[in-house]
Ligand binder design. Structure first.
Ligand code: NAD
Ligand code: MG
Length: 390
C-alpha cells in the first residue's frame, strides 16, 4: 500500500491524481491533502478520501475546515501554513508526494519531501526552475526517486533507457525533442495579440489546466520553463533540448539517438496518463484515459517555433544560459506578470515586456542555499511590481 501526500489537491493535477487513486483502492491510500483557500472543496475530498491530515493556507481557513470536518464526523487533523505543508510532505506517514502546488509557493514543501527521501511525483515545474541545482542535490543526497509528471518530461523519461545516468552522451542521445502545442494563439495575427482577454488566453485547444499554466502555454513561457526543467531532470545542455511545435498534442515528446532512432511517447492529451505512469512505476495501471485511436488521427504537424511571436521562449533560453539565480528571477517576474494579466492590469504583450525588463534590471547571482534563492525571488517580484506601476 503506497501512502500519498498530495500538495495542491484541489487543483487540476490534484483532482486528476485523486481520480487515478480512486480507481486503485487496493494500491493507494491518502496520507494528506492540501489546498490554499478552497476549503469547501477540500472538506469534500476529506470526506471521500479520509486523509490523516489536511493543510490550508491561513488560520481562518483552518478554523473553517476544522468546524466543517467536525460536523461531518471526519477525524482528519487540520493545520495551516508553510511549515505544516513541509511537515505533511516529509512525514513518516507517507511514501510518495505529489508536488502539484502552482508556482514558487511549492518549492519549500517539495524540497522538504526531497530531503526526507520521499518518492516525488513532480508537477510543480516552477520549483525545479527556481532551485534546479539545490533540488537535484537534495534528491541525490537523500536517494529519493524523482518522477516527472509534466507530460513532456514524463514522455521523455519513458523514451530514455533505465536506469538513466543524467548524461545524454552516456546513452548515445543526440537531442531531446520537447513538443509544444503552440497554445491558443499559434496562428493569430501578432498585431492583435495585445487585445486578447484572460479568458481567451486560458482557453487551451488541447489541455484543461489551471489558469496560470494556461497563460504560460499561450505565451509559451510554459515551454521555456520546461526547457529549464528538462535541463535539470535529464542533465542535458540547452543546445541538446529542441522545442518542436506539434499542435495536435498526440506525441508528448521524443528522444533522438545518434544512430538515427527517434523514440516518441503517444497518447490522448490527459494528465491521468503521466500521473498513473509515475504512481505505479515501474508497473502499469489503468488511468481512465481512453485508448488512442490511431485511425481517427488527422495529420500530425511539426513546426519550428517563431521566437518573434513567442519572446518568452527566448527569455527562458537566455535565463538558462545566464545560470545562477537567473531562472528564479525569470520565474518570479513571470508569476507577477501572469497574475497582473489575469487581473486585467496589463495586456498580453506586456507579459514578456515586463519579464524582459526585470531580467535586465536584476543581476543573477550564484546561490548557495534556499534562503539566498528566496531573496532573489523577492527582489525580482519587487522590481516587477515597481515596473507595473511606472
Ligand atoms: P491549479 O491552479 O489548478 O492548482 C493549484 C493548486 O495549488 C491548488 O490546489 C491550490 O490550492 C494550490 N495553491 C495555490 N497557491 C498556493 C499557495 N500559495 N500555497 C499553497 N498552495 C497553493 O494548478 P494546476 O494546473 O493543477 O498546476 C499545478 C502545477 O502542475 C503547476 O506547477 C503546473 O505548472 C504543473 N502542471 C500542470 C499541468 C496541468 O495539466 N494542469 C500539466 C503540467 C504541469
Ligand atoms: Mg507540459
Amino acid at each position: 500500500m503506497q501512502r500519498i501526500t498530495i500538495l495542491g489537491a484541489t487543483g487540476s493535477i490534484g483532482i486528476s491524481t485523486l481520480d487515478v487513486v480512486a480507481r486503485h483502492p487496493d494500491r493507494y491510500r491518502i496520507h494528506a491533502l492540501t489546498a490554499h483557500s478552497k476549503v469547501d472543496e477540500l472538506a469534500a475530498l476529506c470526506v471521500r478520501f479520509r486523509p490523516d491530515a489536511a493543510v490550508v493556507g491561513s488560520p481562518e481557513a483552518a478554523q473553517t475546515l476544522t468546524a466543517l470536518l467536525k460536523n461531518l464526523g471526519v477525524p482528519t487533523e487540520v493545520s495551516h501554513g508553510e511549515e505544516a505543508l513541509c511537515a505533511v510532505a516529509s512525514s513518516a506517514g507517507c511514501d510518495t508526494v505529489m508536488a502539484a502546488i502552482v508556482g514558487a509557493a511549492g518549492l519549500a514543501p517539495t524540497l522538504a519531501a526531497a530531503r526526507a527521501g520521499k518518492k516525488i511525483l513532480l508537477a510543480n515545474k516552477e520549483a525545479l526552475v527556481m532551485a534546479g541545482q539545490l533540488f537535484m542535490d537534495a534528491i541525490a543526497a537523500s536517494g529519493s526517486t524523482l518522477l516527472p509528471i509534466d507530460s513532456e518530461h514524463n514522455a521523455i523519461f519513458q523514451c530514455l533507457p533505465q536506469p538513466y545516468q543524467r548524461d545524454p552522451d552516456h546513452h548515445g542521445i543526440a537531442k531531446i525533442l520537447l513538443t509544444a502545442s503552440g497554445g491558443p494563439f499559434l496562428h493569430r495575427d501578432v498585431a492583435t495579440l495585445d487585445s486578447v482577454t484572460p479568458d481567451q488566453a486560458v482557453a487551451h485547444p488541447n489541455w484543461v489546466m489551471g489558469r496560470k499554466i494556461s497563460v504560460d502555454s499561450a505565451t509559451m513561457m510554459n515551454k521555456g520553463l520546461e526547457v529549464i526543467e528538462a535541463h535539470w531532470l535529464f542533465g542535458a545542455s540547452a543546445d541538446r533540448i529542441e522545442v518542436v511545435i506539434h499542435p495536435q498534442s498526440v506525441i508528448h515528446s521524443m528522444v533522438s539517438y545518434l544512430d538515427g532512432t527517434v523514440l516518441a511517447q503517444l497518447g490522448n492529451p490527459d494528465m491521468r496518463t503521466p500521473i498513473a505512469h509515475a504512481l505505479a512505476y515501474p508497473e502499469r495501471i489503468a488511468s481512465g484515459v481512453a485508448p488512442l485511436d490511431l485511425t481517427k488521427l488527422a495529420n500530425l504537424e511539426f513546426h519550428v517555433p517563431d521566437l518573434e511571436r513567442f519572446p518568452c521562449l527566448r527569455l527562458a533560453y537566455d535565463a538558462l544560459a545566464a545560470g545562477g539565480s537567473a531562472p528564479a528571477i525569470l520565474n518570479a517576474a513571470n508569476e507577477v506578470a501572469v497574475e497582473a494579466f489575469l487581473d486585467g492590469r496589463i495586456g498580453f504583450r506586456q507579459i514578456d515586456q515586463l519579464i524582459s525588463r526585470v531580467m535586465h534590471a536584476a543581476t543573477p547571482e550564484a546561490v548557495a542555499d534556499i534562503a539566498g534563492l528566496f531573496e532573489q525571488d523577492r527582489h525580482a517580484r519587487q522590481l516587477a511590481n515597481a515596473f507595473l506601476t511606472t
